[in-house]
Design a protein around this ligand. Structure first.
Ligand code: G3I
Length: 358
């Protein structure tokens, strides 16, 4: 293009910008337009980083959260694995014996299916969610009630769940043995194997997990969990993996190398490992530094999963501080990846870096 033509085009352009006649009176400066606030560019999807490492990345949800567009905008962008935080447990399902209410879990399951997300059912057998009417039953009647619950719930969600937390938190906190729960008292120590066998009989496709807290690093409880699942594997019980809940504190986190060793010994049994309920409390740290410390803890623990081939998923127990079991009242803690305004925290980028081997 000739320089003359270029000057002409530039003149046209300037003229259209400055109004007809092309000249601008020296006394009337063009007002600087108020910039339209540009929404912050959302970070790259966390699930893309996780997929680069061959991992699923998930969050615990409640059906009521899924009606909030601020929530679903972030949830849909970053996660591909869903755990029902509450609504697929025994207590909310069977408040009245014999009448199973799956509505809350169904809302989560259909949302997950609509978004192409995998679903983890949580949790078929847990002492923290036993309907009130079950407490006074005879041992025999309690067994038939538990068997009904497992059969009805695993049947209802067959083909919808990718995995189940079949038994949750069955080991005593001091690692001395099994927790003395209503299940152990009324059904004996064999209730764990029985639950896995029944769940597998009803839904042979679902991956079946044992899930617990406090056994993430090389603790006495971790040793007892290892012994439990080793025995289940040796008995031919259909168990596929172990969920390490990872409810931890940034002030005193488990040693990442110990977590890696624990993951490795569980994997050596042929089992998968999940980080299943991760959140990192910061309430005990100085406000000025706590989010950076939290970022490094998230990074170190997720990196341990990334390094373990049989660690196939990382699930956070929620993703926004606006909805955390630890943050009640809101402001008392900040354990998750996004703040109460759904903005990503340093922790989000620590997790993303871990998935990307950075
Ligand atoms: O949805 C009802 C609401 O309709 C009702 O008005 C309100 C008051 O009764 O209760 C609401 O249900 C609450 C539910 O959370 C949803 O917010 C239940 O009372 C409450 O007990 C339930 O707490 C859950 C708890 O497990 C017990 O099921 C927490 O959200 C959940 O974060 C927590 O998660 C556990 C895991 O399952 C196992 N690992 C530990 C983890 C933390 O405790």
């Amino acid at each position: 293009m000739s320089s003359h033509r270029a000057h002409a085009l530039l003149a046209i352009l300037l003229a259209t910008q400055l109004g007809c006649g092309g000249s601008k009176s020296a006394t009337a400066p063009t007002p600087t337009p108020t910039p339209t606030p540009v929404p912050a560019t959302p970070p790259d999807p966390l699930r893309d980083a996780a997929s680069a490492s061959g991992k699923l990345v998930g969050a615990a949800v409640q059906s009521t959260f899924l009606t909030d567009p601020r929530y679903t905008e972030v949830f849909d962008r970053h996660f591909n694995y869903v755990t029902a935080e509450y609504e697929m447990k025994w207590d909310p399902i069977e408040r009245t014996r014999g009448s199973d209410d799956f509505l809350g879990g169904d809302a989560i399951a259909s949302y997950a299916a609509g978004q192409g997300m995998k679903l983890k059912g949580h949790a078929l057998v847990w002492h923290g969610s036993v309907p009130g009417w079950a407490n006074g039953l005879s041992n025999t009647d309690f067994r038939s009630a538990v068997e009904h619950h497992i059969r009805a719930t695993a049947d209802h969600y067959r083909g919808q769940v990718y995995a189940w937390d079949v038994v949750n938190e069955a080991v005593a906190d001091d690692g001395s043995g099994l927790r003395d729960s209503i299940f152990r008292q009324k059904l004996g120590d064999g209730y764990i194997a029985d639950a896995f066998r029944l769940a597998h009989q009803v839904d042979p496709q679902a991956l079946l997990y044992y899930n617990d807290y406090g056994g993430e690093g090389l603790t006495a409880k971790a040793d007892r969990i290892y012994d439990l699942v080793r025995d289940l594997v040796q008995q031919g019980v259909p168990i596929d993996g172990v969920g390490l809940q990872m409810h931890i504190s940034a002030a005193n986190p488990p040693d990442a190398a110990a977590v890696a060793s624990n993951m490795r010994r569980l994997a050596s049994l042929g089992l998968r490992v999940n980080i299943s309920e991760m959140d990192v409390q910061v309430r005990d740290l100085a406000p000025a530094t706590r989010l950076d410390v939290q970022k490094s803890v998230y990074h170190a623990i997720v990196a341990a999963c990334v390094a373990e081939a049989r660690c196939d998923a990382v699930t956070f127990w929620g993703f926004t501080d606006a909805h955390s079991w630890l943050n009640a009242p809101v402001g008392s803690d900040a354990p998750l990846l996004f703040d109460t305004a759904y903005a990503p925290k340093p922790a989000f980028f620590g997790v993303q870096d871990a998935f990307l081997h950075r």
